[in-house]
Design a protein around this ligand. Structure first.
Ligand SMILES: Cc1ncc(C[n+]2csc(CCOP(=O)(O)OP(=O)(O)O)c2C)c(N)n1
Ligand SMILES: [Mg+2]
Length: 400
């Protein structure tokens, strides 16, 4: 990142620490002295988060309720996501995983905070950066790792790979490889919720790069025209491949880009800020219609496995993010500084999760490949006795 972008990133980083963490910890500390929260997993704690920026809507409150149990769950889930992505990186380099592979490490607080404010009745659709979305929607590390390795016990039976995780029973509609294509689909999911009057919302996620596409504005228009319960979640990780946000967008204030539609900018490195913002937006969307949520976040890896991620941004920028805004370290500090868990307890959790990920990797490696007949299954719902041409015109395969 150069000049302006670097200065902005570091300003964000310092403000997160200076404005939020220090007072938060003090406040939590004195509160715990009174409530003995550490002894009870469900005792309520209050944490202050960095102020939200808003467009055409009042701000959510900046004091967020949480519990020891919730903070521990945030820590565990984000740590599991992080370890899984690190394992995927290693398996890719060892050639167990081939083809596309976009990692999510750095951005974990977005999904973990969002899921804390949603239920699995709310729908989610996202881009190709979808491994952790699958975990957030109740999937397992094994399902993701096996899918990445093209195995039959993978999330989509080894047929989709990295960009096509899917879990329809928990209303996760995938992983889409075409930049921005999921956004109108997400508006359609919102239409279904409204039509069924089920009180749920559709979350349609897209990146800062995708935010400049025409189809995004078409989806905004329809969703707003029909008051659809949609949260348009722009994950602003500040780069679209190697292009910094400010180089590709006339206005990088993505939360304002719905014009007539309200928007909120959220610290996407803080799971508590995300939870609170999403809960507020869900209530708004069910009653009034769509809203944009810009998540200010950062990806540690390159765009995909073919991108070392260090040619268009400095190593200093990446290490500053890790040191000052890392979403896992933020929750670790809250747990430690408030004596909810000690270092040994956190180490034990980390060790158990590492073991869980390692054994999922081994199980995925040993998993079966899809049967050959999967090549011609699932093409038509009713095959009507059709045949498929084989490698030459003499070979005909009956579709089943
Ligand atoms: C329609 C289309 N155009 C271009 C591409 C190539 N492409 C893949 S990802 C990407 C960048 C998208 O960046 P962003 O929306 O910020 O998402 P991020 O990768 O940062 O999560 C591009 C240009 C594509 N897959 N589809
Ligand atoms: Mg991006």
């Amino acid at each position: 990142m150069h000049g302006r972008a670097l200065a902005n990133a570091l300003r964000r980083a310092t403000s997160s620490r200076a404005e939020s963490s220090a007072p938060v910890l003090n406040r939590l500390w004195s509160r715990n002295q009174q409530t003995q929260a550490a002894s009870d997993d469900s005792s309520l704690l209050e944490v202050d988060v960095v102020p939200y920026s808003t467009h055409r809507i009042d701000s959510p409150g900046t004091t967020v309720n949480t519990t020891k149990a919730e903070l521990q769950q945030f820590f565990e889930t984000m740590y599991r996501m992080r370890r899984m992505e690190i394992a995927a990186d290693m398996m890719y380099k060892a050639k167990y995983i081939r083809g596309f592979c976009h990692l999510y490490d750095g951005q974990e607080a977005v999904l973990v905070g969002m899921e804390a404010a949603l239920t699995f009745k709310d729908s989610i659709i996202t881009s190709y950066r979808d491994h952790c979305t699958h975990l957030g929607r109740g999937g397992s590390v094994l399902e993701v790792m096996a899918e990445l390795m093209g195995k039959a016990n993978g999330a989509t039976k080894g047929l989709g790979g990295s960009m096509h995780m899917y879990k329809v029973e928990n209303h996760f509609y995938g992983g889409c490889g075409i930049v921005g294509a999921q956004v109108p689909l997400g508006a359609g999911l919102g239409f279904a919720h409204k039509y069924r009057k089920d009180g749920s919302v559709a979350i349609t996620m897209y990146g800062d790069g995708a935010a400049n596409q025409g189809q995004i504005f078409e989806a905004f228009n329809m969703a707003a025209l029909w008051d659809l319960p949609v949260l348009f979640v722009c994950e602003n990780n500040h780069y679209g491949m190697g292009t910094a946000d400010y180089r590709g967008a006339k206005s990088a204030k993505y939360f304002t880009r719905g014009d007539y539609m309200p928007g909120i900018k959220i610290d996407g490195m803080d799971a508590l800020a995300v939870k609170n913002g999403v809960a507020y937006a869900k209530e708004y969307a069910v009653a009034n219609g769509p809203i944009i949520l810009e998540m200010d976040t950062y990806r540690y890896h390159g765009h995909s496995m073919s991108d070392p991620g260090s040619t268009y941004r400095t190593r200093d920028e990446i290490s500053s993010m890790r040191q000052l805004r890392d979403p896992i370290e933020r929750i670790r500090s809250l747990l430690l500084n408030n004596e909810l868990l000690d270092t040994a307890e956190l180490k034990k959790i980390e060790k158990a999760i590492k073991k869980e990920v390692d054994s999922a990797v081994e199980e995925a490696k040993a998993g079966p490949l899809p049967k050959e007949e999967m090549l011609w299954k699932n093409i038509y719902k009713d095959t009507l006795g059709m045949h498929m041409r084989g490698r030459d015109s003499k070979t005909k395969i009956k579709l089943t």
